[in-house]
Ligand binder design. Structure first.
Ligand SMILES: [Mn+2]
Length: 306
């Protein structure tokens, strides 16, 4: 029986490239594996797969009765809906430990680094398996994406060394230029419906019983949002009204200015004051230096809900 290797809902490049890279490694060590995904590819991920000649992993939402290797998350809200009916055989992740539990022993590769693919590279080294050039390419791009080309406070020396090694294997001389190309693809938001943008990189978190949805759009210039910001604000308001969320937050991240404007709809009008020491004015707040949802937004919100 093959295991399925799958990243989180609304997959990002780390989840997709990680599933492909880890499934390949598992097959090389005689543990049959199939890369899968829980959603559509983002334009950035489509660009990466096209650049290195990969098809999208298998789209599969149901895993009841299957063996599953979890990539890039450990939160129930981000996992397959029927994960409780599956056997989790392993987790590779670089987020805070979530609430997924298992009934059987599993392998865990969890490290506080900038990207799951950095850990997957450690797994290749551990098993002494050579990384093919095209797989090295997608792993490298996933790390450049997650670490915002090394600018994110989540980036570690291990991530940088890893990108350098993978770039050599992939035969990419100027990996920073390729990283900028990726972020240019990410910045092309005009003409895309507001809901698609809000949900493009969206994660739900359970914070002390409150459901908090946090989206993020990383661009090279916030001016791309000038003509559509009102639509985005209206859409997160609609999204909150449709569901059971306490708050819907959308981070508009400027990777060059290195900060984020957060659009806020919340049951608690003091939320950003409590979490970040800055009041929300007219549904918005500028958070200087904030690039990382996992390190600079989620923990601060968790504390506000504690
Ligand atoms: Mn990741």
């Amino acid at each position: 029986m093959s295991m399925y290797v799958v990243g989180h809902k609304i997959p990002d490049s780390d989840s997709i490239c990680g599933a492909i890279a880890l499934a390949y490694l598992k097959n090389q060590i005689d543990e049959p594996a199939i890369a899968a995904r829980l959603g559509e590819l983002s334009p950035e991920t489509a660009f990466i797969l096209e650049r290195f000649g990969f098809e999208a992993p298998l789209f599969k939402e149901s895993y009841a009765g299957e063996e599953v290797y979890i990539v890039d998350h450990s939160e129930l809200t981000q996992a397959p809906d029927d994960i409780a009916k599956a056997t989790i055989v392993g987790i590779v992740d670089h987020h805070k430990l979530g609430d997924l539990t298992t009934s059987t022993p599993l392998e865990c590769w969890i490290r506080p680094v900038g990207c799951s693919n950095t850990i997957i590279k450690m797994m290749y080294d551990f098993y002494k398996v050579d990384i093919p050039a095209n797989i090295a390419g997608i792993m490298m791009c996933a790390i450049l994406s997650d670490t915002v080309i090394f600018k994110s406070p989540t980036c570690t020396t291990a991530d940088i060394r890893c990108v350098e090694a993978l770039a050599e294997i992939a035969g990419i001389e100027d990996f920073k230029a390729l990283g900028m190309e990726m972020f240019k693809v990410k910045s092309a938001v005009e003409g895309t419906p507001a809901r698609v943008l809000v949900m493009r990189d969206f994660k739900d978190f359970n914070m002390n019983g409150n459901l908090i949805g946090i989206g993020q759009l990383e661009v090279i210039d916030l001016a791309v949002f000038d003509s559509i910001k009102a639509d985005l604000e209206a859409d997160i308001k609609a999204l909150k009204a449709e569901g059971k969320r306490h708050s819907v937050l959308l981070l508009l991240t400027d990777i060059m200015k290195e900060g984020s404007e957060m659009l806020v709809i919340s049951d608690d009008s003091e939320l950003t004051q409590k979490a970040f020491g800055k009041a929300t004015v007219d549904g918005k707040v500028w958070l200087d230096g904030v690039l990382s949802r996992k390190k600079q937004v989620v923990p601060q919100l968790q504390k506000a809900f504690a």
